[in-house]
Design a protein around this ligand. Structure first.
Ligand SMILES: *Cc1c(COP(=O)(O)O)cnc(C)c1O
Length: 401
């Protein structure tokens, strides 16, 4: 069958791998070899010159990693994918490849804490500037594009307030200026959102999250059109060297097989947790793209298959109450990261976004009472019960003082 003939749920299991080519091994083998032996000197010469395809050295390409890259390219509908040792290795390889000193990056108003750190670093060290914008109207987008802008970098939904950016609108305008649009698609996974199909140029994943899905690997992926990806592969991936190990690639291939069914369950559970939290007296604001009251509900519905497994909320009483709630939970684990089987709760102001100065945090909507939940794969009733008992304890404690 042609690749184009099968559905996403089939591609996550089969694409890019043929057991016939690997001694009939049903699951992909791990090739730990750092280097590859040439049959003769001529073949070595031809591999290096590119006349002959084949492996040379695992920082340049590795057979196990390549299966993962081909599968991810198919899932995101891109020409080529590259795998990295972490999400941040992917983010930095992409941003450094697309910019030079004096250039400007236009960013969504919220970005991952370490991406924020990287942008600061690039500004201080290499004079590569950046601005943050809501990017919510055509006028705003056009106003924010500078003559020096060489990259538009967005997350959507944005961590942790779940603002959704209209990728069709954004990529349509960016095309007029020939500026590539890079989307950090970590929160959605390709099952829920495919930015390349909406006209964007490059997709990044922290594969540590939903792609792996089991909290046992740190990894990154970038997917895009052939020309950009080849540039990245030959420069910031090859020469900076944040490549993925074959064993970690194998873990991701294993995790990917259940991506579609996991995302369905994450989404179902998150919807139930949302309904429970929405009516609770201690909850002030709640941010969830599946909430009909969410300002970006309609855009989310248009460009995402489902609203996903993440939601944030603010608790009345600020940091003290937020910490009390976290400490009262029995089943839900206090941990950063997301997309695991376990439901995780974290406090962005003191954890993932602690490196972001308070002033910027507040612009991003990260107040001291904000908590983020990555809803896992447990039974939704158990999750709601755990939240209920923890909220009751928190409420009782607040009435005592
Ligand atoms: C976790 C995360 C990253 C960074 O990925 P690592 O694998 O931890 O390096 C980047 N973007 C988003 C949205 C993330 O959640």
């Amino acid at each position: 069958m042609n690749n184009g003939d099968v559905q996403f749920e089939t591609s996550v299991i089969h694409h890019g791998y043929s057991s016939r080519k690997h001694h009939d091994s049903l699951t992909p083998p791990i090739y730990p070899s750092s280097t590859f032996a040439f049959a003769n000197a001529k073949q070595g010469e031809e591999r290096f010159s590119g006349e002959q395809e084949g492996y040379i050295y695992s920082r340049l390409s590795n057979p196990t990693v390549k299966i993962l890259e081909e599968r991810m390219a198919e899932l995101e509908k891109g020409d080529q994918a590259l795998a990295f040792s972490s999400g941040m290795a992917a983010v930095s390889a992409v941003l450094l490849a697309l910019t030079k000193s004096g250039d400007h990056i236009l960013c969504s108003k919220g970005v991952y804490g370490c991406t924020f750190g990287l942008l600061q670093f690039m500004q201080e060290k290499y004079a590569i500037g950046h601005d943050f914008s809501n990017l919510d109207t055509e006028e705003e987008i056009r106003k924010r594009i500078l003559p020096t802008t060489t990259c538009i970098y967005v997350e959507t939904p944005i961590n942790p307030t779940m603002q959704v950016i209209d990728l069709t609108l954004l990529s349509g305008i960016a095309k007029e200026y020939s500026i590539p649009v890079v989307v950090d698609n970590t929160f959605s996974s390709p099952y829920l959102q495919q930015p390349l199909a909406l006209g964007c140029d490059l997709v990044i994943h922290s594969a540590t999250k939903y792609i792996g899905g089991h909290g046992d690997v740190v990894a990154g992926i970038a997917v895009g059109k052939k020309d950009i990806m080849t540039t990245i592969q030959k420069t910031t991936q090859k020469d900076i060297g944040g490549i993925l190990s074959p064993f970690d690639a194998w873990l991701l291939l294993r995790g990917l097989k259940t991506l579609a069914i996991r995302m369905d369950r994450h989404t179902e559970n998150a919807a139930k947790v949302f309904s429970f939290l929405k009516q609770h007296e201690l909850i002030d604001k709640i941010y969830y793209p599946g909430d009909p009251d969410h300002p970006d509900y309609r855009i989310a519905k248009q460009q995402m298959k489902k609203p996903g497994g993440l939601l944030s909320f603010t608790i009345r009483g600020g940091k003290e109450m937020a910490q009390k709630l976290m400490d009262s939970l029995q089943l839900i684990q206090i941990a950063v990261s997301l997309g695991d089987a376990e439901t995780l709760i974290q406090h962005p102001a003191t954890m993932t976004h602690a490196v972001v100065p308070e002033e910027n945090r507040l612009i991003m909507g990260i107040t001291d009472g904000l908590l983020r939940l990555s809803v896992g794969l447990e039974h939704a009733d158990d999750l709601c019960r755990d939240l209920e008992q923890a909220l009751s304890k928190t409420l009782a404690a607040s009435k005592m003082v």
